[in-house]
Each structure stands twice: as structure tokens, then as C-alpha cells.
Write a protein that binds this ligand. Structure first.
Ligand code: GLU
Ligand code: MG
Length: 431
């Protein structure tokens, strides 16, 4: 059984123990050095405030048990995700899972709401031919052999309900989604889906890479987060048929808080040295902090419910955050959305403007009036904004912000003398 955490590089790392020792491990946890959180995407820790000192405990959360059944030539595989606590059992300030929990607690305790979310993953699978014209080709799914079905079966047997699977636009690019679940579980499932896809790709004789880019000029791999708000009984509170965009007052405040902070928290969601090469026009990702009506190049896309019998607009209306990729730790991605939305609610912000045109085609004065700003153009710029955001520091604490910032700066420095092709190749290998 592997006991794992998802670290600041959004990598899943941990240690194994015999399954029979689980009852004991649930009580006493498993030791981990704080510096382990700061291992960057390339497996290095060029700078850390703790160096070799300190001790944390990984405390398993049985709710996150993942079991991938064995099959010929492949042993059964088990994983559980952990919270990070101090030796006295108190929460460690740098735990990503706890950062999300705090945001969710604010939404629940102050406004009686919960966030329903699903992470949508794009990735590249090497086990199929790079066939010319294979974008969305039905045959591409077939040509992946047992791989797609095995991913879906393992998801299902672990309680993740598959929603869609498809061949995406790029060469050998696929996408998998599961149905939305509440809060922490949505982030846990994002971690689990990545592990399931990676393991089943290996079993199918290939490799899956979620790298934000596979080649400098090719289409990227996004991680899009669909979300909506529900009350404590699970009743949707996002939709209002009296609003021209169908957005409730409450959801409007939440969204305005998110939009305001996207430029500051994008360092948490697009967190690699190549992420900002994906966040470019014409790549179907995002460049401005806008809420776009059905726009796949907006940071937030308003996903309007179809007006068809059998579709309840109250539960089908949702929003999709698109400025994320695999380098963003799912707990921090959802945590940032929840925290910034919570701030919007606390300040009772009014509903945001919904764009119908691309912000880059607007006059600068018009963008200013609507509060639309270009997202940072590099991870360096994004980190600069992140580390100076008093709101985000209020959520995470300055020690957390410093540790994250240091981890990412070290990663960026290691890319300094590489060409674009080499930088992308490093991330393809890492993710
Ligand atoms: N591959 C695009 C991205 O990098 C998204 C394509 C889509 O809309 O699904 O986010
Ligand atoms: Mg897609």
C-alpha cells in the first residue's frame, strides 16, 4: 500500500507499507520530511527553508483508498492519500489538502454552500499511432485497445463515475472526465484519475503524459475544472432564471471574487515553466480573467444548460475554469477557486460582466472598465503576483507562500539555459 501526498509540483509521492499494517498506520501515520513537499517537477530541491530538519506525519484518509486490481504480469496496486500533520497531531501549515479544507469550511460555515466540481483531464498516450488527421477520430479510441476501457473500469470500481472519454484534437491526445462530486473529494479524484490513467497506460504498453505541452507549437493538455454551487442539502444555488445570463446573485459574487484573483492565483493552477506557452490565444486555453459566454478561450466559461426536456437548468448550469494544467496541485486549484469565491461573497461583489467577444479585441478602456487584465505571461510573472497578493497570503499564510514560491523559482532556474524544445521535453518526461 502506497501512502501518498500531492506536493507543490503536483506530483504524487509517498512511501509504502504492508496492507496488514493499515490499522496501525491510521493511528500513527508515517514520517515525512517537510522538504519532501518541495521536490520540484524534476525531482530536485535546489533550495528549502528546512533542509534536512523537521518531521511531519502523513495521516492516511481511508476515504481515498484506491485499488487497482492485479492482472497477468501486473500486481494489484493500492494507494491512499494523506493529510500532513505535526508530530503532536496538529495540522501542518503547508498541507495542500488542508488549504482546500479551510476554503471549503468558509463557504459552508459563512454561506451554507458547497462546491460541486469535476476535473477534466487531457493527456497524451503513446500506445497509439500518431496518425495524420486523428483529431476526435472515433477510430483513435478503438486503436488504443484495452486502455480506455481499463481506465473506465478502474475508475468505476473505485467510485469515480466516468462521464466521457474521447480522442482530443492533438496527436495521440485523449480526454477523460468523471461526474462532479463535492469539495475535497473532487480534488482527491483528480489525483486518483491521473494515477489510474498513468498505471493503465503502462499496463497497455504505453505511457501517458499530462504535460501542458507535448511540443512547443502543438495544442496543449489542459485540466479544466467544472464547478457549481449547492446548499448544504445539495440543492443547486447557481442558477437564476430572472438573470439574463442565468446566474444567481450568490454565484455572481462568487464568480466576481474568482475573476478578480485569477491573475494572482494562476501561479497555483498553471504552475510549470511551460504553462504560459499554453495560455496563448488560439490554443483554446485562456489569456484574460474573463467570464465568457460559451467561450473556450475564457478563463471562466459560462456553460449554459441546453433548453431541452429532461435538462434541469438549475443543476446543469456550471462554470469551467480553463487556466489550469497538470502542474497545478488539485487541492490548491480548487482551494484557490473556493477561497477567492468566498472573498467575493464576503464582500458581496455584484455579478460579473459576461463577455461575448474576445477581450484582446476590446479597446483598453473597455477592458479597464470591466476589470479585465491579461494573465501573467510567464510563471515568473505569475509568481511575482502570487507572492504579493495579500488576499492569497491571508488564505495560505506567508510560510506556505514562501515555500511554494521557492520551489517554483528553483524549478524555473533549472530551465534557464534550455531551448524551448528541451524545456518542453523535460516536462513531458516529468508529467
Ligand atoms: N487542449 C485545450 C487546452 O489546452 C482545450 C481543448 C478543449 O476545449 O477541450 O486547454
Ligand atoms: Mg478537451
Amino acid at each position: 500500500m502506497m501512502l501518498a501526498i500531492c506536493d507543490y509540483a503536483s506530483q504524487v509521492r509517498g512511501k509504502g507499507f504492508p496492507v496488514s499494517a493499515l490499522p496501525n498506520r491510521e493511528q500513527v501515520g508515517m514520517a515525512l520530511a517537510p522538504t519532501n513537499l518541495m521536490i520540484n517537477a524534476f525531482g530536485q530541491t535546489p533550495a528549502t527553508p528546512w533542509a534536512a530538519r523537521g518531521e511531519l506525519l502523513m495521516m492516511p484518509d481511508p476515504e481515498t483508498a484506491l485499488l487497482i486490481p492485479g492482472q497477468e504480469g501486473h500486481p494489484e496496486s493500492r494507494m491512499m492519500l494523506a493529510d500532513l500533520v505535526e508530530l503532536d497531531g496538529s495540522t501542518w501549515f503547508g498541507c495542500p489538502r488542508d488549504a482546500l479544507r479551510r476554503s471549503l469550511a468558509g463557504l459552508r460555515d459563512e454561506f451554507g454552500i458547497q462546491i460541486l466540481a469535476a476535473f477534466e483531464h487531457e493527456f497524451n498516450f503513446t500506445g497509439v499511432d500518431n496518425r495524420l488527421g486523428d483529431a476526435y477520430l472515433v477510430e483513435s479510441v478503438e486503436s488504443a485497445g484495452v486502455f480506455p476501457g481499463s481506465v473506465l473500469a478502474v475508475m468505476r470500481s473505485n467510485g469515480l463515475i466516468p462521464d466521457t472519454f474521447l480522442a482530443e484534437f492533438g496527436p495521440r491526445q485523449f480526454e477523460v472526465t468523471q461526474t462532479a462530486v463535492l469539495g475535497l473529494k473532487a480534488a482527491d479524484q483528480a489525483v486518483q484519475v491521473r494515477e489510474i490513467v498513468r498505471r493503465m497506460a503502462l499496463r497497455a504498453g504505453g505511457r501517458a503524459s499530462f504535460s501542458p505541452l507535448m511540443e512547443p507549437a502543438a495544442v496543449g493538455n489542459g485540466v479544466h475544472v467544472h464547478f457549481s454551487l449547492v446548499d448544504l442539502d445539495g440543492v443547486p444555488v447557481t442558477f437564476d432564471r430572472d438573470d439574463s445570463n442565468g446566474i444567481s446573485r450568490l454565484a455572481g459574487s462568487f464568480l466576481s471574487g474568482v475573476l478578480r484573483d485569477i491573475p494572482d492565483f494562476v501561479a497555483l493552477t498553471a504552475a510549470s515553466g511551460i504553462s504560459y506557452d499554453r495560455l496563448q490565444p488560439d490554443r483554446w486555453s485562456a489569456t484574460y480573467n474573463n467570464l465568457g459566454h460559451l467561450d473556450r478561450e475564457a478563463s471562466l466559461r459560462l456553460c449554459v444548460a441546453p433548453q431541452l426536456a429532461g435538462v434541469d437548468p438549475a443543476s446543469a448550469t456550471n462554470f469551467e475554469y480553463r487556466a489550469a494544467d497538470v502542474s497545478g496541485n488539485p487541492y490548491l486549484v480548487l482551494g484557490a477557486l473556493a477561497f477567492s469565491g468566498l472573498q467575493g461573497l464576503r464582500e458581496n461583489l455584484s455579478r460579473p460582466h459576461v463577455t461575448n467577444t474576445a477581450p484582446e479585441t476590446m479597446r483598453p478602456a473597455e477592458r479597464d472598465e470591466l476589470g479585465l487584465v491579461h494573465l501573467p505571461r510567464s510563471l515568473g510573472q505569475a509568481l511575482e503576483r502570487f507572492s504579493h497578493s495579500s488576499r492569497l497570503t491571508g488564505w495560505l499564510g506567508s510560510d506556505f507562500v514562501d515555500a511554494y514560491h521557492t520551489t517554483k523559482l528553483g524549478e524555473l532556474e533549472s530551465l534557464a539555459n534550455l531551448s524551448d524544445i528541451e524545456r518542453v521535453a523535460r516536462y513531458v518526461a516529468a508529467y
